[in-house]
Design a protein around this ligand. Structure first.
Ligand SMILES: C=CC1=C(C)c2cc3[nH]c(cc4nc(cc5[nH]c(cc1n2)c(C)c5CCC(=O)O)C(CCC(=O)O)=C4C)c(C)c3C=C
Ligand SMILES: [Fe+2]
Length: 448
């Protein structure tokens, strides 16, 4: 097989020490027209002077502080103090990938992280791996399927799993307490090895399915010899809302999902529950966030035989409007104390909204960013293999995801219709600030 000799997969030679490290991100791709200046924040902006297009999701085609943009041309800044794809208004499509590192050379791993940063910077501008097509007798630098498509608000978010912090790279002393294994969590027993864990993860989100596929495919391709794909997941529609003004989408059970989510404009909640701060025991994670993913299969066929009243009792909300069963409209606060004529709580004591609420979890909240998924049909049962690819971000999974999941795991009425079949926990470091920087640079270059 010919080895592609292109910028995206062949970085600058290794440097042996942090002070001498130089990454292709700035070098080879720079010549190919890498990325313009580092821009702070993750505003969506237009790059082409085209009229605003209709949005099939009913969203406004602009966000606060940004101009009206064509969905295809819309871009989310890649460079910034924080990684995009966390508080960014949630895009419609997901491709998630988990990889295992195969090299034992820490420099090689860092070069991959630099190569990924350089590629992500280009992809998020709608650009291919390189401006050059490559040599006629070699594989093209870029796989090509996103040519002419545009960036579609692509974000690429990278995380590190606990398994990366072993003896291979001398990182054992840099494992944050928050990334230590969660111990026993409800749902674990049905998790399958082939959908679970991984040294690295890539979360690619955009408003076009081919754009997210292209990003992950090329990043996995660039990892050849350094890391291999462990498992991956496509999500075909968002099942949460993270942006101010975004409509609340529906999950595959037909319910509005994301109503009480943390929204990006709630800066106090974002600061309190999402971003890691000075308190961390590992300063390389200061400004980052922890991603917990759970692939949750739904028993769709049995759910579809359940009557509406029971479905609404399970969630504690009306199916059509999303309003709490205690009345009002979608965003009306839930009255957990209200009792009905029978003296029983209107919101069942084991309903999903009660058990997942901050009131039931010592005030804890999560930023949810999940996607509806389908893997087609289960060949063994003939049933639909579909559900929710649950993603949430937080400051500390032990104090947040684990607490909520422990509460849900005991008695949540929803549990009859779902099974956790995969997932993992990853530390997403702060953002890549400029060309030449790479994902998790501080992890490798600073003493804790
Ligand atoms: C451990 C965390 C959670 C898992 C796992 C989870 C699975 C799950 N959720 C739904 C559907 C809905 N969830 C809703 C609310 C909600 N869920 C969680 C956490 C987990 N859900 C939280 C923290 C909340 C918000 C609680 C609050 O602040 O009030 C809702 C109600 C609408 C909403 O607020 O989003 C729905 C619907 C499914 C289908 C599912 C697994 C397949
Ligand atoms: Fe939920």
């Amino acid at each position: 097989m010919t080895t592609p000799d292109e910028p995206g997969t062949q970085p600058a030679p290794p440097a042996s020490g942090p002070s001498r490290r130089r990454f292709l991100g700035g070098a080879a791709l720079g010549a190919a027209g890498l990325v313009g200046g580092a821009a702070a924040g993750y505003g969506i902006r237009a790059t082409q002077d085209r009229p605003a297009a209709d949005t099939d999701s009913g969203e406004p085609s602009s966000v606060a502080g940004a101009v009206s943009v064509d969905k295809a041309a819309a871009q989310v800044d890649f460079y910034g103090e924080r990684q995009a794809g966390i508080t960014t208004p949630q895009q419609e499509r997901l491709m998630f990938a988990s990889l295992d590192v195969t090299t034992t050379d820490a420099d090689e791993l860092q070069r991959l992280l630099g190569r990924w940063a350089a590629m992500a910077a280009r992809f998020t501008q709608g650009k291919p791996v390189s401006d050059s097509p490559g040599k006629p007798l070699a594989p093209p630098f870029d796989t090509g399927e996103a040519e002419d498509l545009g960036a579609y608000s692509l974000t690429v978010t990278v995380g590190f799993g606990a398994s990366l912090f072993d003896d291979r790279f001398g990182l054992a002393g840099k494992l944050p307490a928050a990334l230590k294994p969660l111990g026993t969590v409800p749902g674990d027993t049905t998790m399958r090895e082939n959908f679970t864990g991984g040294d690295l993860c890539i979360q690619a989100c955009a408003d076009d399915p081919q754009v997210v596929f292209h990003a992950v495919r090329n990043m996995v391709r660039a990892a050849r010899g350094t890391a291999t794909l462990r498992w991956s997941q496509l999500g075909f529609g968002r099942a949460s809302a993270t942006g101010a003004g975004q409509t609340t989408p529906r999950n595959l059970m037909g319910f509005k999902d994301g109503t009480n989510n943390i929204h990006a404009d709630d800066t106090a909640a974002v600061q309190e529950f999402v971003w890691v701060g000075d308190e961390t025991d590992q300063q390389w994670m200061n400004g980052g966030s922890y991603l917990v993913a759970r692939k949750i299969r739904m028993e769709i066929e049995s759910w579809d035989t359940d009557d509406l009243e029971d479905q609404e009792k399970i969630f504690g909300r009306e199916k059509s409007s999303g309003a709490p069963l205690t009345g009002g409209e979608e965003f009306t606060a839930i009255d957990f104390n209200r009792t009905g004529d029978d003296g029983e709580p209107v919101i069942d004591i084991n309903s999903h909204v009660r058990l997942s609420s901050p009131e039931a979890n010592g005030g804890v909240r999560l930023l949810r960013r999940g996607y509806n998924y389908t893997d087609g049909q289960d060949p063994d049962t003939g049933k639909l293999a579909a559900g929710l690819f649950f993603i949430c971000y937080q400051r500390d999974p032990h104090a947040q995801f684990k607490v909520v999941q422990a509460r849900l795991g005991s008695t949540d009425l929803l549990n009859e219709y779902i099974a956790h079949i995969g997932g993992g926990v990853w530390a997403c470091p702060p953002g890549v600030t400029a060309a030449g920087d790479w994902f998790g640079k501080r992890l490798f270059t600073e003493n804790s």
